[in-house]
Design a protein around this ligand. Structure first.
Ligand code: ADP
Length: 493
């Protein structure tokens, strides 16, 4: 039995390797950023070979610290939806990875909507038709890269989300697989049958030979190559980043919910065995599961600009020098003095879905100060999360009593207290906020028996701080009314 479990987190701006012990403590960690490629307005790409070189580097660095012989198994988590198409004979990508943020297929998505396919696609995949998801990106590569379609039809090309490409490369081409959570974000996967969907495969015209095998997130995927990881290490976990984080909070029961406060915010709620159809612009998707379990479903809502509004205060407005100082600045005033910021910089995501909305600041008076603006920016993050959570409660017909949090901005105590106040629910911040990497480590370690069962892990989960709601109902209602008014003004009309 190895002493540790290693997670590889292939994120949007960097790749990381983190080694955990049985208690979930971080033993070693390495991180490598990679280039963001913007070939045109609204297009975003990554160089898959640069990413793999970086992954190998961070893996070698942590294995150098802890010893490959001490690592029992590996879990892989990744930026979701981003896809690569590569040649299975050479491993060479035929084009850069097309990143989830890339809008190049937006017009094609509009055509699909005009053709009235929204209902059909939602009923099979749980997703709204959008350039965000992988299917139209794969189709774009096949249509636009010279010779790609012919090579794909001959059986030479494979496609995969980043988990698949990472596992394929680390195993020297022996693992060609993905998990249900990643598959569920491609718009090619039927979340009711848990299989690639034949109708969608035809609709997006992707040759069947390109598809990876699909398994639960906690599964023995195969082994890495000894020449890459020092010895052959089993890969026993794979999950998309948000579902991995949900698992890292051990939100494995119906009604449990987490929010990640990163650049954007991602709210995911476990809805149990039945997929819930959203009437309020949320996405229905699949939770991480283990071999032998029935997969559970999730309602998901994403807020495009979360922590990014704080970066905007720092980099564009130059109101602050660093993100953490917003906490003290916000606390220096009793309220925002009636100021609201709606950071609809790239339109509004769930539950409003208005791509033409733009940001605004309302309620400014002669007395409005820097502190009021900073406070309003932090509060805006919390209000957007409230809008998503209220939609979730209505769709799922339940009342949320506690929210698990992670991501960079959850370190902000003012934000967490305000979030609790405005939601009127507990906010629970764990000791280890590397929840994504931890989640997939749990999945991998449970598969090999490193951890016996979920109960053993639950004992480990340390809570660092619980924020309890303290705001009066009257104040909460008034503030939320002001927010609703500002959102209405930000919407396109
Ligand atoms: P990502 O994984 O999306 O790159 P992180 O989880 O690292 O993001 O979180 C970084 C974001 O959180 C940034 O947008 C940053 O402005 C914000 N942030 C980090 N620390 C704080 C803080 N103490 N208060 C408010 N915002 C913060």
């Amino acid at each position: 039995m190895g002493k540790y479990v290693m997670s590889i987190d292939q994120g949007t701006t960097s790749s990381r390797a983190i080694v955990f012990d049985k208690k979930g403590n971080i033993i070693a960690k390495a991180q490598k950023e990679f280039t963001q490629i913007y070939p045109h307005e609204g297009w975003v790409e990554h160089d898959p070979e640069e990413i793999i070189a970086g992954v190998k580097e961070v893996v070698a660095e942590v294995l150098g610290k802890v010893g490959a012989e001490n690592v029992e198994c590996i879990g892989v988590t990744n930026q979701r939806e981003t896809v690569v198409v590569w040649d299975k004979n050479t491993g060479k990508p035929v084009y850069n990875a097309i990143v989830w943020q890339c809008r190049r297929t937006a017009d094609y998505c509009d055509k699909l909507k005009e053709a009235g396919l929204e209902k059909l696609i939602y009923s099979k995949t749980g997703l709204q038709i959008d350039a965000y998801f992988s299917a139209t990106k794969i189709r774009w590569i096949l249509e636009n890269v010279d010779g790609a379609r012919e090579r794909a039809e001959k059986g030479d090309l494979l496609f995969g989300t980043m988990d698949t490409y990472v596992m394929w490369c680390l195993s020297g081409g022996r693992i060609f697989a993905t998990d249900y959570t990643n598959a569920s974000r491609t718009m090619l996967f039927n979340i009711h049958d848990m299989t690639w969907d034949e109708d969608l495969i035809k609709m997006f015209d992707v040759p069947v030979g390109m598809f990876p095998a699909v398994y639960p997130s906690g599964h023995a995927y195969g082994i890495t190559s000894a020449d890459i990881t020092g010895r052959e290490i089993p890969v026993c976990g794979d999950a998309g980043d948000q579902q991995a984080a949900l698992y890292g909070h051990l939100c494995t029961k119906k009604g449990s919910i987490k929010n990640t406060y990163g650049t954007g915010c991602f709210v995911l709620m476990n809805t149990g065995d039945e997929p819930i159809e959203s009437k309020r612009g949320l996405v229905t998707t699949v939770a991480a599961s283990r071999d032998g379990e029935n997969p559970q479903y999730v309602l998901e809502g994403s807020v495009f600009v979360g922590g990014a509004v704080i970066q905007w205060l720092r980099d564009e407005l130059k109101l602050i020098n660093s993100s953490p100082e917003t906490e003290e600045i916000a606390k220096s005033v009793p309220d925002t003095g009636g100021v609201y910021i709606v950071p609809a910089f790239v339109g509004l995501g769930a539950p409003h879905w208005d791509s033409k909305a733009r940001g605004l600041i309302t309620g400014i008076t002669r007395g409005t100060s820097r502190a009021h603006i900073v406070r309003a920016a932090l509060e805006a993050i919390a209000y957007q999360v409230v809008d998503v959570m209220h939609a979730m409660q209505s769709d799922a017909d339940c009342r949320i009593t506690a929210l698990g949090v992670d991501g960079g901005a959850c370190a902000n105590n003012f934000l967490m207290q305000f979030q609790s106040d405005i939601l009127n629910c507990k906010v629970v911040r764990p000791k280890i906020i590397e929840t994504t990497a931890l989640g997939v480590a749990y999945l991998a370690g449970l598969k090999t028996g490193y951890w016996n069962d979920e109960d053993e892990i639950r004992e480990n989960v340390g809570v660092e701080r619980v924020f309890e709601p303290k705001m009066s109902k009257k104040k909460r209602t008034d503030l939320l009314m002001g927010w609703a008014d500002s959102i209405a003004r930000a919407k396109f009309r």
